[in-house]
Design a protein around this ligand. Structure first.
Ligand SMILES: Cc1cc2nc3c(=O)[nH]c(=O)nc-3n(C[C@H](O)[C@H](O)[C@H](O)COP(=O)(O)OP(=O)(O)OC[C@H]3O[C@@H](n4cnc5c(N)ncnc54)[C@H](O)[C@@H]3O)c2cc1C
Length: 549
C-alpha cells in the first residue's frame, strides 16, 4: 500500500490550494485523489465554454436537487465540477469575497481566528489583483489573477447608469472596504482564459516531485484505526474500477465539496446514527451535524426584451460567432472571453438593513426557462436577484450505501419568512432597474415575470416557478464548537471526536456569506494549510473603523 504524509480527497478550489501549500515543504509527500479526469477540455479554459461545461457529464457531477416547498414542484439542476480544479473549472469566474460582517459572524459563532481581520491576509496572499484596489484590501503578488470585466457594452453602461439614477452608487471595488454599489464584475480570467484553482495552484504544485495527483480516483471510504483516519479507499477508474488503498501518516483531508464531503463522511460511518443505520452502515462515530445545515443562494431571473441593439443572444449566432472566434484567437477578447455575468449590484432590501442583503447581476442576454445552460434566440437582458444571507437550511443525506448514487440534496429554499420577503424585494428592485430611464432606449417589455405580476403573492409565486441555484452550496460540515450540537469540525477544521481527519472546503462555512463562494473557499483552504503545518497565522489586518460592509 502506498503511503503519503497527506491524502487530499478532491482537487477543487480548496484541494488545489491545499496541495500547493502543503507541498511547499519538500520533505512532505501529498497525494490528491480526484474522481474526475484531467482538466484538458478546451471548454474549461475558454470563458464562454461555461455554457457547454454546465451540462457536460464527463466533468460535471450534474446533480438534481429534491423539489422543495417553494420550487413549484421542480427539481432544480445542480452542476458541480468533476475534474482538476473542481467547480472552479466550470464556474462563472466571478471573484467576490463577501462582507466584513460575514467573517466576523463566523468568529462570533465560536470560531477563533476566523474574523475578517484574520482572514483578510489570506485573501490578499492568494490573489494577483490586476486593476483598481486599495492595498489595505487587495493583494498583488499571489498566484490567482483577478481582472475586471473589460467588455464595454452599451446595455451594461445603461444598466449601471440606471442603478445610479435609483440612488445606487458606482463602486470602484466591491472587494474593498465596502461591497455596496454597482460595478463591472471582477473575474478569475487572465488573457482571455479561465484562471481555475487548478491553474493557479495545483498545476504549479504538480511540478514538484512530492505531489502525486490521481485522476479518475473515486474515493469510496475513509479508512480508520479506531478513531484515527489512516487512509482512503478509492476505485481507480470509477465505478467497477480496481479498489486501491492509500495511507496517510499525518492526515486525511476531505475536500470533496458541500455535497460530496458529507456524503463520504456518511458512507464512512460518520453522521447521524439513525441515517447510517437505515442504510445498513455501521456507525463509527455519531456526529448528527454531518450533512445538516445546507445553505445556498436561490435566484429568480427577471427578463426584459430588448430593442434597438444586439444582445449576446444574437451575437453568438451564425457568422457573428465566427467573427467573435477570430477576435478571441487574435486578441483574446470579445464574446468568447466573457463570464456569464457582467455587472454586479449590491443593495439593501429596506432602509433599516445595515449592509446590503441583495445581490443582483446583469447580463445582456437571456436564458431558456431562466436556466443558464441555454441562451434564448430573441434579444433579451436578465437581472438575476438573490438574498445574500438566507436563513433557510436544508440537508445532504446519502440515498443508499452505494458511493456512486447521488445523495439526497434538499435546500429548503425560501422556507424562512425573511427569505421570502427579501427575494420579493429583490425582484421588485430588478424590475425598477430594468425600467430605469437610462435603459429606456433599449427596454421593450418585461418577459418574466411579466407586467401582470404586481402583488407580493404574485412575485413569490413567480419566484417559485423560475428560481434556480446560483451554485453556492455550503454549510454541510459546519465549523463550530463541539457543544453546539450542529458542528462537524472545530475551528482548526478537525472533525470533532476523531483524529487525523479534517474537512477543508465550502462545506465548513458555518453560515452563508454575502458572496459567490470560490474566493472564500480558497481563502479557507489557505488558512487551513497554516493550521495543518502548525505555521503562525499572518498578522491580523488593521482595518479602518468605518469599513462595515
Ligand atoms: C456552474 C457553477 C458556477 C459557479 N459560479 C461561481 C462564480 O462565478 N464565482 C464563485 O465565486 N463561485 C462560483 N461557483 C461556486 C464555486 O465554484 C464553488 O463554491 C467552489 O469551487 C467550491 O469549492 P470546493 O473546494 O468546496 O468544491 P469543488 O471545487 O467542487 O471541489 C470538489 C472536488 O472534489 C472532487 N470529489 C468529490 N467527491 C469525490 C470523491 N468521492 N473522490 C474523489 N474526488 C471527489 C470533485 O470531483 C471536485 O473536483 C460556481 C459553481 C458552479 C458549479
Amino acid at each position: 500500500m502506498e503511503t503519503f504524509d497527506y491524502v487530499i480527497i478532491g482537487s477543487g478550489s480548496a484541494g488545489s490550494v491545499l496541495a500547493n501549500r502543503l507541498s511547499e515543504d519538500a520533505t512532505t509527500s501529498v497525494c490528491v485523489l480526484e474522481a474526475g479526469p484531467r482538466d484538458w477540455h478546451p471548454y474549461i479554459h475558454l470563458p464562454a465554454g461555461f455554457i457547454k461545461t454546465f451540462h457536460m457529464r464527463s466533468i460535471n457531477w450534474a446533480y438534481q436537487q429534491e423539489p422543495g416547498p417553494y420550487t413549484g414542484g421542480r427539481s432544480i439542476y445542480a452542476p458541480r465540477g468533476k475534474t482538476l480544479g473542481g467547480s472552479s473549472s466550470i464556474n462563472g469566474h466571478i471573484y467576490n469575497r463577501g462582507q466584513r460582517q460575514d467573517f466576523d459572524t463566523w468568529a462570533q459563532m465560536g470560531n477563533r481566528g476566523w474574523g475578517y481581520a484574520d482572514v483578510l491576509p489570506y485573501f490578499k496572499r492568494l490573489e494577483r489583483r490586476v486593476g483598481e484596489g486599495d492595498e489595505t484590501y487587495r493583494g498583488r503578488d499571489g498566484s490567482l489573477t483577478v481582472t475586471t470585466m473589460d467588455w464595454k457594452d452599451p446595455l451594461c453602461e445603461a444598466f449601471m447608469a440606471g442603478a445610479v439614477s435609483l440612488g445606487i452608487p458606482r463602486n470602484p471595488d466591491y472587494n474593498g472596504a465596502i461591497q455596496e454599489g454597482v460595478s463591472y464584475c471582477q473575474r478569475t480570467i487572465q488573457n482571455g482564459l479561465r484562471m481555475s484553482a487548478a491553474k493557479a495552484f495545483l498545476h504549479p504544485a504538480r511540478k514538484r516531485p512530492n505531489v502525486h495527483v490521481r485522476t479518475h480516483a473515486h474515493a469510496t471510504n475513509i479508512i480508520f484505526e479506531g478513531k484515527r483516519a489512516v487512509g482512503v479507499r478509492y476505485l481507480a477508474g470509477g465505478r467497477g474500477g480496481a479498489p486501491v488503498e492509500v495511507r496517510a501518516t499525518k492526515e486525511v483531508i476531505l475536500s470533496g465539496g458541500s455535497y460530496n464531503s458529507p456524503q463520504l463522511l456518511q458512507l464512512s460511518g460518520i453522521g447521524s446514527p439513525e441515517l447510517l443505520k437505515s442504510h445498513g452502515i455501521e456507525v463509527r462515530h455519531a456526529l448528527p451535524g454531518v450533512g445538516e445545515g445546507l445553505q445556498d443562494h436561490y435566484a429568480p431571473r427577471t427578463v426584459g426584451r430588448v430593442k434597438n441593439i444586439k444582445t449576446i443572444n444574437e451575437l453568438r449566432q451564425g457568422w457573428r460567432l465566427w467573427v467573435e472566434a477570430l477576435k478571441w484567437a487574435t486578441t483574446r477578447r470579445g464574446l468568447l472571453a466573457l463570464s456569464p455575468t457582467m455587472v454586479y449590484c449590491f443593495w439593501h432590501s429596506g432602509e433599516t438593513t445595515e449592509s446590503s442583503d441583495l445581490q443582483l447581476t446583469f447580463t445582456p442576454a437571456s436564458y431558456k426557462e431562466g436556466v443558464q445552460g441555454a441562451l434564448e434566440d430573441l434579444p433579451g437582458m436578465t437581472v438575476t436577484s438573490w438574498q445574500q444571507r438566507p436563513e433557510s437550511r436544508g440537508y445532504v443525506r446519502i440515498r443508499s450505501s452505494d458511493p456512486f448514487q447521488q445523495p439526497i440534496i434538499q435546500t429548503n429554499y425560501l422556507t424562512h419568512e425573511l427569505d421570502r420577503r427579501t427575494i420579493i424585494a429583490g425582484m421588485k428592485l430588478a424590475r425598477r432597474l430594468l425600467k430605469s430611464a437610462p435603459l429606456a432606449p433599449y427596454y421593450d417589455y418585461e418577459d418574466f415575470p411579466g407586467p401582470k405580476v404586481q402583488s407580493d403573492e404574485e412575485f413569490l409565486h413567480a419566484a417559485t416557478l423560475r428560481g434556480t441555484t446560483t451554485f453556492h452550496p455550503g454549510c454541510t460540515c459546519r465549523m463550530g464548537p463541539a457543544e453546539s450540537g450542529w458542528a462537524v469540525v472545530d475551528d482548526q477544521l478537525r472533525v470533532h471526536g476523531l483524529q487525523g481527519l479534517r474537512v477543508v472546503d465550502a462545506s465548513i462555512m458555518p453560515r452563508m456569506i454575502s458572496a459567490n463562494l470560490n474566493a472564500s473557499t480558497m481563502m479557507l483552504a489557505d488558512k487551513a494549510s497554516d493550521l495543518i503545518r502548525g505555521k503562525a497565522a499572518p498578522e491580523a489586518a488593521k482595518l479602518p473603523e468605518m469599513a462595515v460592509a
